[in-house]
Design a protein around this ligand. Structure first.
Ligand SMILES: [Zn+2]
Ligand SMILES: [Zn+2]
Ligand SMILES: [Zn+2]
Length: 424
């Protein structure tokens, strides 16, 4: 495998129709760790500064900050020193630009990849990235890449010799395809990283493994029993949505179409687009129009990422005339609405939405899903905060059962959770 010693029980192979892939050479049981992968390069999100160490990505209180820019936080001097080669790309620019320092996370990550490359003989892209077809990069994406390149030059290129424009554009496309979003136990975004070994894993809507993050490492665990020869498969996308939506997403971001069993049978599509029960059945045209409306609204919300509660409620009203409450587009809007409530510290509102989301989530997602565990976790923590302890503990228990498989029994998040359940 890339970067060294090889991983026992896992090997590279040519996956039919998919190119390079990974498969297991021995049996793995549910919850068993297949392998860990150290990030080649990573970056902590700006909004998480102060909550995590920039160097080891440990969640901790009372971190010490960089004396120069006062914006980077560390466990101790040791972490600060080992991060300096990366932080020095930004430190003086952070001070110089002040409030106006605003590179994209992608620009920051690419700067780090380039800084690491210095002195290494091999071409970064060959070592790091699985190649995808780049020809259908659309205008919107091209503009984003151009903006990222400009941001890299402006905000993150201190002490860095940048390659020419065309090579940079290629690198940005590759990182967009092969990068991983690091998320915490509640699936809140905390950073972006490149894991060359994990990038070899192909996609399926019926994944055999889950990726979780532990400090700067990614850990890959089986979410079903695997036998020798089984391909290691993760999901690249949110599996809540119907087959057409999933494949649109895959084509947009990864330039391929999935042909897994679920994509062929579309067995869950009907429940996913469930319509309201009414005495007169709803016309197919009306349903199709509403699906179109829902997709459009979701796309618009994705562009400006803090919707107002009224906007969520308005689209819920509109769609609710046709769609059942368990319809995935309704769930999407309720999830957004719950996020807004949490942001506004409206615990009752958040609980109201969370309770509606949970049951359909359990039916529509695979048995071991981080989307489900994080929803139990959020709800459980809200109940506990409102002193509804028995409801709280029972929700947290459900989260724990999934996390013990996905994160492993010794993960910091699992330990923290066990502690929370005993403290009232
Ligand atoms: Zn600094
Ligand atoms: Zn640290
Ligand atoms: Zn599929």
């Amino acid at each position: 495998m890339t970067g060294g010693s090889g991983i026992a029980g896992v090997e590279r192979f040519e996956s039919p129709g998919k190119g390079r892939g990974l498969r297991v050479t021995r049996a793995f049981k549910l919850g068993e760790l297949l392998f860990c992968s150290q990030a080649y390069s990573y970056v902590l999100s700006v909004k998480e500064r102060g909550s995590y160490c920039e160097c080891c990505l440990t969640r901790k209180e009372h971190l010490a900050r960089c004396g120069k820019c006062k914006k980077a936080f560390y466990c101790n001097v040791k972490c600060q020193k080992s991060d300096w080669a990366m932080h020095k790309l930004e430190c003086s620019a952070i001070t110089a630009f002040g409030e106006n320092w605003c590179p994209s996370e992608m620009s920051r990550l690419v700067a780090r990849i380039l800084a690491k490359k210095v002195g290494q003989a091999q071409c970064t892209s060959e070592v790091l990235f699985v190649t995808h077809y780049m020809e259908d990069v659309d205008n919107e994406k091209r503009e984003m890449n151009e903006a990222d390149v400009a941001g890299l030059h402006r905000y993150c290129s201190k002490n860095l010799d940048l390659p020419d424009h065309k090579d940079l554009l290629t690198l940005f496309s590759q990182v967009a395809c092969n990068g991983f979003t690091i998320e915490d136990d509640e699936l809140s975004h905390m950073g972006t990283a490149v894991y060359p070994d994990v990038a070899l894993i192909n996609h399926s809507c019926l994944p055999s493994v889950i990726v979780t993050y532990n400090g700067t490492s990614a850990e890959i665990r089986a979410v079903k029993d695997m036998k020798p020869g089984d391909e290691v498969l993760i999901s690249y996308i949110d599996l809540l949505y119907p087959t057409d939506d999933r494949n649109n997403r895959l084509r947009e971001s990864y330039y391929f179409t999935c042909d897994c069993k679920e994509c062929k049978s579309k067995s869950k599509d009907k429940v996913k687009i469930k319509v309201r029960k009414q005495s007169d059945p709803i016309e197919p045209d009306v349903i199709n129009n509403m699906v179109r409306y829902a997709r459009k609204t979701i796309r618009e919300f994705r562009q400006d990422n803090t919707p107002l509660l009224e906007m969520c409620e308005q689209s819920l009203d509109e769609m609710g005339a046709v769609f059942d409450d368990s319809n995935v587009y309704m769930l999407h809007m309720m999830y957004q609405a719950m996020g807004v409530c949490l942001y506004m510290q409206d615990a009752d509102g958040a609980i109201r939405y969370g309770e509606k989301i949970l049951k359909p989530y359990c039916q529509l997602y695979p048995p071991y899903s981080l989307n489900v565990s994080s929803m139990y976790l959020k709800l459980g923590r809200l109940y506990m905060a409102l002193e509804m302890y028995s409801k709280g503990v029972s929700a947290l228990k459900k989260a724990l059962a999934i996390m013990e498989v996905a994160h492993g029994k010794d993960h910091l998040y699992v330990k923290e959770l066990r502690k929370e359940m005993t403290q009232k």
